[in-house]
Write a protein that binds this ligand. Sequence first.
Ligand SMILES: Cc1cc2nc3c(=O)[nH]c(=O)nc-3n(C[C@H](O)[C@H](O)[C@H](O)COP(=O)(O)O)c2cc1C
Ligand SMILES: [Fe+2]
Ligand SMILES: [Fe+2]
Length: 410
Amino acid sequence: MKASEIADGVFHLFANIGSEVLFEGIWPMPHGASMNSYVVKGREVAIIDGVCEWDGVPESLYAQLDQIGVKVEDIRYVVINHTEPDHTGWLKSFLTLTHDFEVLVTAKGLELAQAFYGLDVPFRVVKSGDSVDLGNGKQLVFEEIPNVHWPDTMVTFEPSTGSLFCCDAFGTFGALGESPCDDQLDDAQLEFFEREALRYYANIVGRFSQAVNNAIAKVKKLDVRIVAPGHGPIWRRNPDRIISLYERLASYAKGPAKPLVTVLWGSMYGNTEKTVVPLLEGIAEEGVESVVYQVPQSHIGDILASAWESTGIALAMPTYEYQMFPPMAIVLDELGRKQVRGKVALRVGSFGWSGGAQRELGEIIERQKMGWRFLDPVEFRGAPCAENLELIRERGRELARQVRQAALAD
Ligand SMILES: Cc1cc2nc3c(=O)[nH]c(=O)nc-3n(C[C@H](O)[C@H](O)[C@H](O)COP(=O)(O)O)c2cc1C
Ligand SMILES: [Fe+2]
Ligand SMILES: [Fe+2]
């Protein structure tokens, strides 16, 4: 891992976590993730955010400090934009090395940092508009952006370089190589990180979209020339690219998104499975794209990302013990928790005697306040007949037409 100077006197340090790790103990990261830390050198030195505490990680951060000529004891300020351990875990090790520094943190962040690490060091609670002069023209200005995605969150802005240290806001999954900046990445790599941003957003930040909107409004008042997040690449050629992407992803919280249908299906004995092909054909006949996930075989992290950017959701699942095919109920419940709301939806599926899946679907949608607008369902007993399948194809077409109408323009 190599530190690099991303602007005059501003340095990027980082650690990658690999695909074997589930983020927050839940979310797969097939391409890993980076945890970024930044050093600003004025007359005094500040480090903004850090890395987790895993084996060898704080040590690799110290090695990178060495590369940029900063000794641990030189650090005068530690800025905690956000207390989650992926950014603060290193403090446990750091606190054994030095105490001669000051922590700059929001009031909520201080509460959390003390709960996690028993911070027994000088600290200064900062709020929006406060600043610290590092000397030599370098300044740190703080702006609170609460609830992206924890209540403690703030961004730190360095005016002379226009660097916005924004921690989880504007972050993406995906490990970094030795070239961390957008101007060092080719189009394919940038598109890769944009895809990783979608999964990161839907998995971690999506339900806080209103807070993201508030944060974007605040950030737009600053003269941001470099977006330097806690995860993923640094955006300095085109900082607006990641800010606009976040604006767009936040707008999907209302429901209308891409002209896309996420099809989720699960089946025990193949009766409901038979509906999937006509459903997909119906959607395609209207020129609308779809993405298919089998439940429970697919991971909720991928389903969530797809559902977030879809305007339509099609559900195919049977009844099981008077309720819905259980893994589908779990998926829907998770989509509800993550506030995938306002979608156009269709449900089809098989039952044997009295049914029950349809009723539970209504209960979940209601309980989670999902506000999905459903077309008439197609339920059938046992195996679907040709007529059932034709009706499902037609409903697929209708779903696609409604999705096309409701979707956001590109
Ligand atoms: C374990 C199990 C529990 C079931 N519970 C119900 C039920 O409570 N009510 C009902 O109408 N059908 C019930 N069924 C019948 C299924 O809904 C029916 O067989 C359906 O065709 C299965 O669809 P699939 O082939 O897509 O799995 C149950 C079936 C199984 C195997
Ligand atoms: Fe976080
Ligand atoms: Fe994070």
